[in-house]
Design a protein around this ligand. Structure first.
Ligand code: SF4
Length: 215
């Protein structure tokens, strides 16, 4: 088969983006939150955990620690107790406390709004930072989690393994106004149809656009 030109790939990803937008018109982040601080905390907690599990843990956590100031003064053991049902709860408890300390000390208790500042917070990598930038500040970004990585590779949009390189490849193919929506919808599609072990190609509405489709 003839290799795809960059223009052909751009047209194909545009078609994929349109189909996904039709399937998932609402791309609200499923983590429950009422403000930027709560979104940041919930997103840090969501690493290697389901959103449902995080949504069960956060009401108690936010009741007890409703602000970065309060969280920065918490005892690590108490945070652990409140999130102990989540994977990696000890290291997440440490990150939350350190993150809150920096928010108070450096940002006057506010969540900062740039990639550089966000990734300087404990527990925040580019993936988490892009969730915050896109959902809290309307700054376009590509969220590369395990679903986005798997689907981008299966759809032939990247050959890379590292999240940062995948992010770069997708950014080159799509206009910036589509970055956030596209990556969130890929995640939804991965959860619903293009599963890690057994992609459901026969019922996938992207199959004619996907080089990995089982025909
Ligand atoms: S056709 Fe199959 S491999 Fe391709 S995106 Fe759909 S479910 Fe995934």
């Amino acid at each position: 088969m003839k290799p795809e030109t960059i223009q052909e790939k751009k047209r194909r990803i545009q078609a994929i983006a349109e189909r996904l937008a039709g399937s998932f018109p609402n791309i609200r982040v499923p983590l429950h939150h009422r403000n930027h601080y709560e979104l940041l905390v919930a997103t840090i907690l969501s690493a290697q955990c389901t959103d449902e599990a995080v949504n069960q843990a956060t009401p108690g956590l936010f009741r007890r620690y409703p602000t970065p100031e309060r969280l920065s003064r918490a005892a690590g053991r108490d945070i652990e107790k409140l999130i102990r049902r989540l994977g990696l709860f000890r290291s997440k408890a440490r990150s939350l406390k350190k993150c809150a300390e920096r928010l108070v000390k450096t940002y006057n208790g506010e969540v900062p709004s740039t990639m550089e500042e966000l990734t300087g917070l404990a527990g925040v990598g580019r993936k988490t930072a892009n969730v915050i930038l896109g959902n809290a500040f309307g700054v376009p970004g590509i969220v590369v989690d395990t679903h986005c990585k798997r689907l981008s590779r299966r759809l032939g949009l990247t050959g890379e393994q590292e999240p940062e390189k995948i992010e770069r490849d997708l950014m080159r193919l799509l206009p910036s106004e589509l970055w956030s929506g596209f990556s969130h919808r890929l995640i939804f599609h991965g959860r619903k149809t293009c599963h890690a072990r057994k992609p459901d190609c026969p019922s996938c509405n992207l199959s004619d656009l996907c080089p990995s489709a089982e025909r």
